[in-house]
Write a protein that binds this ligand. Structure first.
Ligand code: NAD
Ligand code: UDP
Length: 331
C-alpha cells in the first residue's frame, strides 16, 4: 500500500516508517519539521535502503495536502503529526487546538475527496484520565487536565462521527502508553528539544552527563515503592502495532490500546537502566508534578485478539536501545 505518514520525521512515526517499509509498503512523509529534523528521514533510508518521498508541508494547509493526494495514489493515512508538550499546551492552548484538530479535519476532508478509506490516528492513554487501571478501550473517557489531552479526545470524536456517517471509512484509533527506546541500529530515536519532560530521555541525558541528576516526582503515591507507575513500550513494538492495525483494518471505528499491559515504577525503570547499561543514575526525590496520576497501564488484550499484535521487547531492551541512540547522537 501507499501510505501517507504525517509527522513522519518524528520519533514514533520514523520507527513506523521503517516497519511499514519492512512490511513492503511505500511511504510518503508529510512533516513541517517543527519538532524534528530531516536527518531522521536519512536515518530511515539508511536502515531500510529504500526511497521515501518527503513533503515539507504543514498538514493544516489544505492546498499543500491536496497536492500530495493528487500526486499519489494513496491507500491509507497514518496521522502522527501533532504538538505534544503538555505544559506548552496549557500555556498556548489555541496553538494546540488549531494544530492538532485542524490537521485531523484537513486530512479527513482530503480522504473523502480522494476516496481514501483507511485512516489511523495517534491517540494517547491520557484520554483515560485518572480511571481505574488497567485501562480498557470501553471505559468512559475522563476529562484530561490539559489542552493536549483534549485535542486527542476531540480528534477521536471527530473521526468517530465521520466514520459513522461514511460506512466505507475505516478508522483505527491507537492509544499509546509510554513509548521509549530507539531502533536497534541507533540511527533513529527520540530527540527532545531543550530539557526533556519525559522520564526516559531525562535519564539518558543524566547518563550522558548533560543533566546532573534525575528529579523523581514524588515517592508517596499508593504504588509498590511510592513512585508513579507507567506502561513503557518499546517504540519498535509500537511501530509494529501500526502495521498490524493497518493490515487488519476493517470498516468502522476501532480503538486499541498499544501498551504492554505491565506497569513499571520510576524507581524500577531507573534500576533497569542502570542494570542494562552499567551506568549509575543519581536522583533526588522532589514534589509530585502537578497533573500526574499514580497509575497508568493498559489492558492490552484487544489488540492481541483482533490484530494479533503484542509487545515483545522488555524493559532492558528499551533502556539499552534508548542509551545506544543517546550515546551516538550528536546535537
Ligand atoms: P514528535 O514531535 O517526535 O513527532 C511529531 C511530528 O509531527 C514532528 O516531526 C513534527 O515536526 C510534526 N508536526 C507537528 N505538527 C505538524 C503539522 N501541523 N504539519 C506537519 N507536521 C507536523 O512526537 P511523537 O512522540 O513521535 O508523537 C507522534 C504522535 O503520537 C503525536 O500525535 C503525539 O501526540 C502522539 N503520542 C505521543 C506519545 C509520546 O509519549 N511520545 C504518547 C501518546 C501519543
Ligand atoms: N518522572 C519523573 N521525573 C522526570 C520525568 C518524569 O519522576 O523528570 C515520572 C513522572 O512523574 C511519571 C513517570 O516518570 O510518574 C513518567 O513520566 P513521563 O513524563 O515520561 O510520562 P507521562 O507522565 O506523560 O505518562
Amino acid at each position: 500500500m501507499n501510505i501517507l505518514v504525517t509527522g513522519g520525521a518524528g520519533y514514533i512515526a520514523s520507527h513506523t516508517c521503517v516497519a511499514l517499509q519492512e512490511a513492503g509498503h511505500n511511504v510518503i512523509i508529510a512533516d513541517n519539521l517543527c519538532n524534528s529534523k530531516v536527518e531522521s528521514i536519512d536515518g530511515i533510508k539508511k536502515i531500510t535502503n529504500k526511497e521515501i518521498t518527503f513533503y515539507e508541508i504543514d498538514v493544516t494547509d489544505e492546498e499543500a495536502v491536496d497536492i500530495i493526494f493528487s500526486n499519489h495514489d494513496i491507500d491509507g493515512v497514518i496521522h502522527f503529526a501533532g504538538l505534544k508538550a503538555i505544559d506548552e499546551s496549557v500555556r498556548n492552548p489555541l496553538e494546540y487546538y488549531y494544530n492538532n484538530i485542524v490537521s485531523t479535519m484537513v486530512l479527513t476532508k482530503a480522504c473523502q475527496k480522494y476516496g481514501v478509506n483507511r485512516f489511523i490516528f495517534s491517540s494517547s492513554a491520557t484520554v483515560y484520565g485518572d480511571n481505574k487501571v488497567p485501562f480498557e478501550e470501553t471505559m468512559i473517557l475522563l476529562p484530561t487536565t490539559n489542552p493536549y489531552g483534549e485535542t486527542k479526545a476531540m480528534s477521536e470524536r471527530i473521526l468517530t462521527d465521520i466514520a459513522n456517517a461514511n460506512p466505507a471509512f475505516s478508522v483505527s484509533i491507537l492509544r499509546y502508553f509510554n513509548p521509549v527506546g530507539a531502533h536497534e541500529s541507533g540511527l533513529i530515536g527520540e530527540t527532545p528539544s531543550g530539557i526533556p519532560n519525559n522520564l526516559m530521555p531525562y535519564v539518558t541525558q543524566v547518563a550522558k552527563g548533560r543533566l546532573e541528576k534525575l528529579c523523581m516526582y514524588g515517592n508517596d503515591y499508593p504504588t509498590v515503592d511510592g513512585t508513579g507507575i507507567r506502561d513503557y513500550i518499546h517504540v519498535v513494538d509500537l511501530a509494529e502495532g501500526h502495521v498490524a492495525a493497518l493490515e487488519n483494518l476493517t470498516e468502522g471505528v476501532h480503538v486499541y490500546n498499544l501498551g504492554t499491559g505491565k506497569g513499571t515504577s520510576v524507581l524500577e525503570l531507573v534500576k533497569a537502566f542502570e542494570e542494562a547499561n552499567g551506568i549509575k543514575i543519581p536522583y533526588e526525590v522532589v514534589e509530585r508534578r502537578p497533573g500526574d496520576i499514580a497509575l497508568c497501564y493498559a489492558d492490552a488484550s484487544k489488540a492481541k485478539q483482533e490484530l494479533g499484535w503484542t509487545a515483545k521487547r522488555d524493559l532492558i531492551a528499551m533502556c539499552r536501545d534508548a542509551w545506544r541512540f543517546e550515546k551516538n547522537h550528536k546535537e
